[in-house]
Write a protein that binds this ligand. Structure first.
Ligand SMILES: Nc1ncnc2c1ncn2[C@@H]1O[C@H](COP(=O)(O)OP(=O)(O)OP(=O)(O)O)[C@@H](O)[C@H]1O
Ligand SMILES: [Mg+2]
Length: 459
């Protein structure tokens, strides 16, 4: 006869003892030295969602609870007095004790589960949840990669921007990054995080424009276990909670649905967050950096963005200058990007020809540094020699390569007219930041005509 079975069920006094223990908790289970189930209380059955007559005695405990620690307890002989475990989607406190005979040999183990009256250990749950979030974050999210020094440029605007960012990093206030597309808002946000006292904490970014409205709430604030079909038994940790102790980067903030704005306001005002479907407020410690290329004031005036949230976000606005206002940075920036591309692609080094550089410095850069990168990438592929020419940058299909000076013979009227109309076209395209449809409209010509004319200008 198995000595453990004997211990538990044959001796009436022991059996009584087990029942007494079981009555004190919300589930009890006993396993033998191989971690096979020898006994379990009715409450445990219920907790596991097992049928009353489903035979489980003799089965490995992991067959009903794959994450069970009981095999480890019988192997190590060490008890775990208090542990937190999720059983069937419910957080429980569990106690596991090895059972030994008189010769101190391990016979098996018993486990007790508690989930009622756990209010007194709520702080423990919170702490555990925080640690778990930290772990998840480290596992799932890329750490912030960039430092402020990665913002290239020695123009006065860039120097000022870096100085401003340094100072802002030290203050723990909300920051609003403003600037056209591709000016480096995300890069700056990461740089500020790296320069801030929160650098050891997580940097968690979320792009409001990339999420369908229906997912924003769950993604940002998380979901309680079983909050809605599809949320899963375990629930989901929101980005706000994941950023606890660090920086939350809200990219394209202008796209945030109005309904979510109130919830974000609470995070900023009260430092509290409520997961979807839960009725518990959790404290979070995050610094928010928001970014947008849109005119927030205008959105507020139109009623598309909450004024109270705007004021909360606009505590410390930082504006990134467009590339065309700091064209002195273009040579250094291009060199830096070219080196990056060469490093990534292992292509042989290429240099910019004088005319290519000239073109880069007078182009209007509607897509700013991102566009510069794209054009240089393209050029690295297109270039045939060791030099990148203006044509490799796509100069001819977009904007002005400066017209070669005509020789000294007086130009014909036709040529002069052509030159004047080219200048007008380039000027209009520049003024419209490269948007040709808009430029055509301003010139009072059709888009097709504009393209036709442009072609002539480039011949
Ligand atoms: N000053 C800079 N020095 C070096 N690289 C830069 C600089 N500014 C931007 N970049 C690079 O340009 C690209 C675009 O930058 P980023 O994604 O930060 O722009 P953004 O302002 O967030 O644009 P969007 O509004 O379109 O999201 C990135 O590859 C980034 O590394
Ligand atoms: Mg961005």
């Amino acid at each position: 006869m198995d000595p453990l079975k004997q211990l538990i069920s044959d001796d009436p006094s022991h059996s009584h003892l087990m029942e007494l223990l079981a009555s004190l908790c919300q589930g009890a289970i006993a396993v033998d030295q191989d971690a096979n189930i020898v006994w379990l209380s009715d409450a445990y059955r219920e907790l596991m969602g097992l049928d009353a007559n489903q035979p489980v005695v003799g089965e490995p405990v992991t067959s009903i609870l794959p994450t069970s620690y009981m095999p480890r307890v019988v192997k190590s002989g060490k008890p775990t007095f208090v542990d937190l475990m999720q059983i069937n989607g419910r957080w429980c406190v569990v106690t596991r004790l090895p059972l030994r005979n008189a010769d101190n040999e391990i016979l098996g183990a018993v486990g007790f589960v508690f989930y009622d009256d756990l209010d007194s250990i709520q702080p423990l749950f919170d702490k555990f949840a925080r640690l778990r979030r930290k772990f998840e974050h480290e596992k799932l999210l890329r750490p912030s990669k960039y430092a402020l020094a990665d913002l290239i440029g020695e123009s006065e605007q860039m120097r000022q921007l870096r100085r401003q960012a340094e100072r802002a990093a030290q203050l723990d206030t909300t920051i609003l990054l403003l600037g056209e597309t591709g000016t480096g808002k995300e890069l700056l946000a990461q740089g500020i995080h790296q320069a801030s006292p929160r650098r050891q904490g997580p940097f968690v970014g979320i792009n409001m424009a990339a999420l369908p409205e229906s997912l924003v709430e769950a993604e940002l604030f998380g979901t309680a276990p079983g909050a809605y079909t599809g949320a899963g038994q375990r629930g989901r940790t929101g980005k706000v909670q994941l950023a606890d102790g660090g920086t939350l980067f809200l990219d394209e903030i202008a796209e945030m649905p109005l309904a979510m704005q109130a919830k974000l306001l609470r995070v900023l005002q009260e430092r509290e967050v409520e997961a979807l479907g839960s009725n518990r407020l959790e404290k979070v410690d995050v610094r928010v950096i928001a970014a947008t290329a849109k005119d927030m004031r205008q959105l507020v005036d139109k009623g598309e963005f909450r004024a109270d949230l705007y004021y909360r976000l606009n505590v410390l606005p930082i504006t990134l200058p467009p590339l065309r206002q700091r064209s002195s940075d273009i040579p250094q920036l291009s060199e830096h990007i070219l080196r990056q591309i060469q490093h990534e692609t292992q292509l042989p080094p290429l240099v910019l020809s004088a005319s290519a550089l000239q073109w880069l410095q007078q182009y209007a850069w509607p897509g700013n540094v991102r566009e510069l990168r794209n054009r240089l990438e393209r050029a690295c592929v297109m270039a045939e020699g060791e030099q990148i020419e203006a044509a490799d940058l796509g100069a001819q299909d977009d904007l002005p390569t400066p017209l070669p000076e005509q020789n000294s013979r007086p130009a014909s009227l036709k040529n002069r007219q052509q030159k004047a109309s080219c200048e007008a076209i380039f000027e209009a395209i520049d003024a419209c930041h490269g948007n040709k449809t808009l430029a055509a409209k301003q010139l009072g010509i059709g888009r097709a005509t504009l393209y036709e004319q442009l072609k002539k200008c480039q011949n």
